[in-house]
Design a protein around this ligand. Structure first.
Ligand SMILES: [Zn+2]
Length: 363
């Protein structure tokens, strides 16, 4: 199994320059390989198998940065192609832009080239970079790769990916829990408890809008504009951190309380696009929550079950099993005409999800 640990790093001026150069080279190699592949295919109808090494003669400066970072750019491009061929709706690989794309590169552990010291991380080409390690890493974990990134506010981070073996005793599931996705609350559980998600983005919205407006009035290229840009980025960063923190705590609670958690298999990206709820859906971070829940459960020998997205969780009566022919989105109360039960719509759905998970497990 793999686990990532993310720590803040404090590169000196020289190291910052080299990191910036590496971001640039990775982006350059990626884009160059992509455009050559496109051109080659247009001409020959065949695929070109190019590698970063093909460009090192022509662009000598590529040799100044970590070659493993460039190799990972190739792997990422291959992955983007594979994803496209697997599912055309994902779209053809895009060119990386300096403005739009996240600043990061990944390097791998080869022959002890990366070492974790006290308060520092030794990386290829960069040598020792100051690091604030706020968590201990278990001794039997093996370091695989490191991703260096820079946020919009100028902070640097190293995400260390470790592989580990764990003898996990699989728990025989006794306590089941169903979670029904809710745009407002994050979810409603089959225990009738809403996640009571604080909508951090909405809370920060007034302030964000104000600062965003100020930013748009700043003169392009000015010192003030740059200051204001960082101010806006910091607000976004705060919202993200709060959300992550909350989701970590919540997924820990759920993991401790249940043996098997059942959810609907939703396509969050498709959903936010289809329903034009972009902001609310991305505000509540259900996708992030599910992935946290998934690994936390697995660590304890427990499991997350995804119910088929066509399962009529909202239309079924959780009490008698009767299925409604129609149930519009605006109907927030489930009233069963067969048995007379009246329940909150999402609560009813979460019980159905739990029951379906039990059926799948126990037969
Ligand atoms: Zn009923």
């Amino acid at each position: 199994m793999n686990r990532a640990f993310k720590f803040r790093i404090y590169p000196n001026r020289e190291q910052q320059e080299l990191i910036a150069k590496t971001f640039g080279c990775v982006r350059f190699v990626y884009n160059r390989m992509l455009s050559d592949r496109i051109a080659y295919y247009k001409e020959t109808k065949k695929s070109l198998h190019n590698t970063p090494a093909d460009y090192k003669k022509e662009y000598e400066w590529l040799g100044e940065v970590d070659s493993l970072a460039l190799a990972n750019a190739q792997l990422n491009l291959n992955k983007a192609y594979a994803n496209f061929f697997r599912d055309k709706s994902i779209g053809f690989p895009n060119f990386k832009s300096k403005k739009k794309n996240h600043k990061s590169y990944t390097t791998n552990v080869v022959n002890g080239n990366i070492k974790l010291g006290t308060g520092e991380l030794v990386l290829p080409k960069l040598k020792a970079v100051k690091m604030k390690q706020h968590r201990e890493i278990p001794k039997d974990y093996t370091l695989k790769s490191v991703t260096i990134s820079q946020t919009a506010t100028g902070k640097y981070f190293a995400s260390l990916l470790y592989a580990y073996e764990q003898d996990i005793k699989v728990i025989e599931p006794k306590v089941f829990l169903g979670l029904d996705y809710s745009m407002k609350e994050l979810f409603i559980s089959s225990e009738g408890v809403p996640a009571a998600y604080p909508r951090y983005y909405h809370q920060a919205l007034v302030k964000l809008k104000k600062e965003q407006r100020k930013l748009s009035k700043c003169q392009k290229g000015s010192q003030n504009r740059n200051k204001q840009r960082i101010k806006v980025a910091k607000l976004h960063e705060k919202v993200r951190d709060q959300r992550k923190d909350f989701l970590h705590k919540l997924s820990r609670q759920i993991t401790n309380a249940a043996d098997r958690v059942c959810i609907e298999n939703l396509n969050m990206k498709g959903m936010s696009r289809a329903l034009h709820f972009g902001k609310s859906v991305s505000d509540n971070g259900f996708g992030m929550f599910v992935s946290m829940l998934d690994y936390k459960l697995k660590d304890q020998g427990k499991d997350l079950i995804k119910i088929d997205k066509w399962f009529p969780s909202s239309k079924l009566c959780s009490s008698c099993g009767e299925k409604k022919a129609e149930l519009s989105l605006s109907e927030r109360i489930y009233h069963c005409e067969a048995c007379g039960i009246i329940l909150d719509r999402d609560y009813n759905a979460s019980i159905n999800i739990k029951n379906e998970g039990m059926r799948m497990t126990l037969g």
